[in-house]
Design a protein around this ligand. Structure first.
Ligand code: GTP
Ligand code: MG
Length: 306
């Protein structure tokens, strides 16, 4: 990839990004992904007071996340909002078709001036969402998007991370999940602000939603109305307006303390990754090789320097 001379005129570059230069935006995201030289300086200039919020959309494979995202884009574009979508592909062999599928499902929006869609592979991250998701969503905020949707399959670690990054987290379930819900990973149940029971055209959908409601009611909860359940049929765009309204309502109800907590989570993640990147196993091996076998060798002393 040809290097970009960031130092020449970072201010002009950032101005173009705020002027809806989507090709440049796409390029910058690639540079962030690749840790290109000059990126730390760019990131330190991502100021600005534009208010945007991140909506995390997670749930089992095939539950209809992309179809819902497609419908949400429509609702928000109608309201004049600028919407960015980041689909994180878990790069598992079971999802090799996911990117193609998403492209088809959201095809209507790829060239819309107020919509930006980008797929990222989570390859290489430590079981998490994407190593640069915080930076990328900040760049999108800086690029004056009002709502940033992050779609990720809820398998393993990712859903915990999405909840740490998103202002509002949707967990998308389908009636087929049936009794599985009893054993559903605690992670997925704990993080939802809004449960979406999608594919409500399927048999037993109401029974499933009632069941989910009864599980939620069992949990002692604060006086907050969240988490709530919204029923949708994403392929028929049913329930999308209600879902959109509920997301906006959740966002509006957020307090300063919630925002500070979210910011602290992001800082924590960034520091964690920064520290990890400074660790090099080969370096460690070299250091150990030097002292290994000496009577004074002590592993705890050795790591004390790090
Ligand atoms: N019957 C029915 N099918 C739906 C509904 N919503 C989505 N689907 C279908 O379910 C399939 C999966 O939808 P996607 O939107 O790709 O699901 P996803 O959760 O994004 O899938 P992954 O990203 O692969 O995890 C597609 O064939 C959709 O057409 C719905 O409300 N009812
Ligand atoms: Mg999808």
């Amino acid at each position: 990839m040809k290097a970009m001379h960031f130092s020449v005129d970072n201010d002009a570059l950032l101005e173009s990004i705020q002027n809806a230069d989507t090709r440049l935006l796409a390029k910058m995201i690639s540079y962030i992904e690749n840790d290109q030289e000059g990126i730390p300086d760019i990131l330190q200039r991502l100021n600005g007071s534009h208010e945007s919020f991140v909506v995390g959309v997670t749930g089992p494979p095939g539950s209809g996340k992309s179809t819902l995202v497609d419908g949400l884009i429509a609702e928000w574009v109608k309201m004049g909002k600028r919407v960015a979508v980041v689909c994180v592909d878990p790069s598992s062999p079971f999802h090799s078709g996911a990117l193609l599928g998403d492209r088809i499902r959201m095809s209507e929006w790829y060239n819309h001036p107020n919509v930006f869609i980008r797929s990222l592979s989570s390859r290489g991250s430590l079981g998490g969402l994407h190593p640069k998701i915080v930076e990328i969503s900040d760049l999108l905020r800086f690029a004056l998007f009002d709502i940033i949707l992050i779609e990720t399959v809820g398998v393993g670690q990712t859903e915990v991370e999405i909840a740490a990054l998103a202002d509002t987290t949707l967990v998308v379930l389908v009636p087929e999940a049936g009794d599985e819900i009893q054993t559903m990973k605690a992670g997925l149940m704990e993080i939802a602000d809004i449960f979406v029971v999608n594919k409500h055209d399927r048999p037993d959908a109401d029974r499933f939603a009632e069941h989910l409601q009864s599980i939620l009611s069992l949990k002692e909860n604060s006086n907050s109305e969240f988490p709530v359940i919204i029923k949708t049929v994403a392929i028929e765009k049913k329930g999308l307006k209600e879902l959109s309204d509920m997301i906006l309502k959740h966002h509006a109800a957020r307090k300063e303390a919630d925002k500070i907590e979210l910011m602290a989570e992001k800082a924590y993640l960034l520091i964690l990754r920064k520290r990890m990147s400074e660790l090099d196993k080969n370096d460690l091996k070299e250091r150990i090789r030097k002292d290994f076998g000496k009577p004074t060798f002590n592993l705890y002393e050795l790591i004390d320097d790090y």
